[in-house]
Design a protein around this ligand. Structure first.
Ligand code: PBG
Ligand code: ZN
Length: 326
């Protein structure tokens, strides 16, 4: 049947019908909020490069976690921001109970035990050179990096992390962390690798916010080339074989075909990461109009779900949750 009998516009004729036929629905529970934490006590200060985002620790961090739960956000993803003197060539604080993320997990769990805490794990935020792995003779030593990440994952789990999210795209990282966690009796800790993380230019604001930009980037030696989809699917397959519980595709915008292909090919839960450059792009596109910003955020997040993501990591989580609740 076709026109004039068939009229697709009937399906859009009222708000109620549009709601009934909507294929995906966004909820605050789908969202994961990234938070930036420091070892300095009781900090709440703006992170310049990401407008509206805060560097937090101690009591203000605990307060924020409680507010997020009230808003319906039930998971956060923690990133370390170190002061220059805290950095070491091999990222010592990443595997110390005194590390910023370990301490933050304790503050959050004490104040808001129901909050699911995901700990990002990469060396770049902790190392003097800002690379995602240990540098030997000018190259990132993959296997030595795994040895350094293993105790870090265990210390994050010991601090109370529910999920560890290795973000450095090292080969074999999921298997290495799974066996380290299991040997330490941490069988309950989930692994959520950045399975398909692209060497994107959309990470700029994050790199300056976390003061983790290396003098000279070697990202292209571990992160995926934006030209490649088949390679991304192979990365995902390997991570799942090594024991990944869930996986992350990153960035979101520009990479939704990867999300859609991963959704078709694998059964694991998928998170898409709407990264810092996307956050700033969306702000720019809204041009300072608060309502336009809200509409745009919901549109972009809906598109990410439509592509097949189960979860979305987004700096807009609190704002989106507020809009979704009204
Ligand atoms: C690595 C990491 C990065 C981001 C999340 N985890 C930066 C990078 O890979 O260079 C980027 C997130 C964003 O841009 O919002 N620890
Ligand atoms: Zn890194």
């Amino acid at each position: 049947m076709s026109f004039p009998q068939r009229r697709m516009r009937r399906l859009r004729s009222s708000d109620a019908i549009r709601q009934l036929v909507s294929e995906v629905r966004l909820a605050p529970e789908d969202l994961i909020f990234p938070m930036f934490v420091t070892t300095r006590p009781d900090v709440r200060e703006p992170l310049g490069a990401l407008p509206g985002m805060m560097l937090l620790s101690g009591a203000p961090l605990a307060e924020e976690a409680k507010r997020l739960l009230e808003a319906g956000i039930r998971a956060v993803l923690l990133f370390a921001v170190l002061d220059e003197p805290e950095k070491e060539p091999e990222a010592g604080l990443s595997r110390s109970p005194r590390g910023p993320v370990q301490r933050a997990i304790e503050s959050i769990k004490a104040a808001a035990p129901e909050m699911t805490v995901i700990a990002d794990l990469c060396m770049c935020e902790y190392s003097t050179d800002g690379h995602c792995g240990v540098l030997r003779d000018g190259v990132i030593d993959n296997d030595l990096t795994l040895e350094r990440l293993q105790p870090a994952a265990v210390s994050l789990a010991a601090a109370g992390a529910d999920v560890v999210a290795p973000s450095g795209m090292m080969d074999g990282v999921v298997g290495a962390l799974r066996s380290a966690l299991d040997s330490a009796g941490m069988q309950r800790t989930l692994l959520m690798p950045y399975a398909a993380k692209y060497a994107s230019s959309l990470y700029g604001p994050f790199k300056s916010a976390t003061r983790s930009a290396p003098a000279e980037s070697r990202h292209a030696t571990h992160q995926l080339d934006p030209a490649n989809l088949r390679q991304a699917l192979e990365e995902i397959r390997l991570d799942l074989e090594e024991g990944a519980d869930m996986l992350i595709v990153k960035p979101a915008l520009g990479y939704l075909d990867v999300v859609a292909a991963a959704r078709r090919e694998f059964n694991a839960p998928i998170a898409a990461y709407q990264v810092s450059g996307e956050y700033n792009m969306i702000h720019a596109a809204a041009g300072g109009d608060e309502q336009a910003l809200e509409r745009l955020i919901l549109e972009m997040l809906t598109c990410i779900k439509r592509a097949g993501a189960d979860m979305i990591i987004t700096y807009f989580a609190p704002l989106a949750a507020r809009v979704l609740r009204v």
